[in-house]
Design a protein around this ligand. Sequence first.
Ligand code: C2O
Ligand code: CU
Length: 511
Amino acid sequence: MMRTALKLVLAIGTVVVLVIGGFTAYIAWSFANASISTVGEVEFARPLAIPPLAKSTVDAAGVRTFDLAMQAGATDLGRGEPTPTWGFNGAFLGPTLRATRGEQVKVNITNGIDETSTVHWHGMHLPAGMDGGPHQPIAPGANWSPQWTIDQPAASLWYHPHPHGETAKHVYRGLAGMFILDDANEVALPKTYGVDDFPIMVQDKAFDGSKLDDRAGLFQSTGILGDTVLVNGTPGPFLDVTSERVRLRVVNGSNARVYRFHFDDNRPYAVVASDGGLLPAPVETNELLLSPGERAEIVVDVRPGERTVLQSTPPTGDSNRFTGASDRLDILELRGAQTLTASPVVPATLAPAPDLADDTVGATRNVSLGGSNTNFGKMDLERVDIVSTLDTTETWNVTNADGQVHNFHIHDVQFQVIRYAGGPPPAVLAGWKDTILIPQGETVELRMRFTDFADASSPYMFHCHLLRHEDQGLMGQFVVARPGEKVGAIDVPDHDGDDHAAAEVSTGHAH
Ligand code: C2O
Ligand code: CU
């Protein structure tokens, strides 16, 4: 009896020691592997892929129509064998859509993958029913043809899926593309697509063999962080530059990674546009932070025959290994040709500044982001958190309430940044924005005006654009209503057949 009991105690003890030892080793391993550096290790052996401009037709009524087919395929991402991926009109990523202010556009989308998805026009001002959020699902084999009129300044927007709880996976697999808008404001900047004006979609990927690995590590609360950076789907890309200046339309299309873009020789460059279009004036800098979903257009001077590498390195002082903030990454090599064509000098003024600072504020909203919910709760397709009134200006105070990395994105509108983390916004945030990084514990004061589209039964989204956070519920819904109008029945797509639910309206948060 005694001997059996003793054996049992010893056996349990051994198991406990092994488990603790294993866990300690796992923590040590995670920590050692949490910080990535690829500086000097990337070969830059492949020419940067330039997504084609999407073909379109214009009918007698002036409607410009594009076709986008979501499909599964396999792509050479430098893993020896092809990686299973998803794309639009191809195996990975999608073509660049382009349209001009005032034009009516229509996009015929077909879903050729085996999961329900959506296509959202990130940064676009358009009716909620055309927005492509979780309320506009496209089942496998089905199609959806949203149509709207482009009515906002020239900008570098992008499109990507937004299915309820599955956005991270769909974007990570490769469903993303750019949507460039033009307008009549002619500014002397490089503007020939693929010649001196380039889309630069930056996405980090982790691999398991040749497969994309979308399992985030235990300590990666931000979601997946990869050690391979693709630009327009190209691993280790170089770009042959043939003009004195190039315009790079940089999209952070990553699920979780925040980049601090700079060049290996620390050269200054001009930031000329942010999410919603041209800045009031160019901002000369040698580093720029972009969080997931944000865009910036930069103009870089290149000398004949030289090479320079676009990199990302940690913001000084930030040492959180598990958020990717201490990673150092080689991204794209620019190679100047021996002779370069002349480029325009970047003009000193670019576009009118946002003008909401002196507007009468109709409502002030406090939104806080923490864990996997907002202060309104976890994302609920049936709950409307904020009812905004058509043609009014609002202030949204958005707080990063926990120790994690969060940013904030709102659909339909572009906002003006009034205060950033207790001070006036830095010059790179002086233009129209739709996505903004919020430092831990800080608040940003944003001002936006809800115009044109009232639909009290069709919600728009606001959320953190770290896609794992969004999927976990860090998202809320707002509608734009006519004065006095009540929120209607929200058409909630669900999977049990009952497709109408009475909307619940959050109370007590607006004032
Ligand atoms: Cu880029 Cu709601 O998304
Ligand atoms: Cu977040």
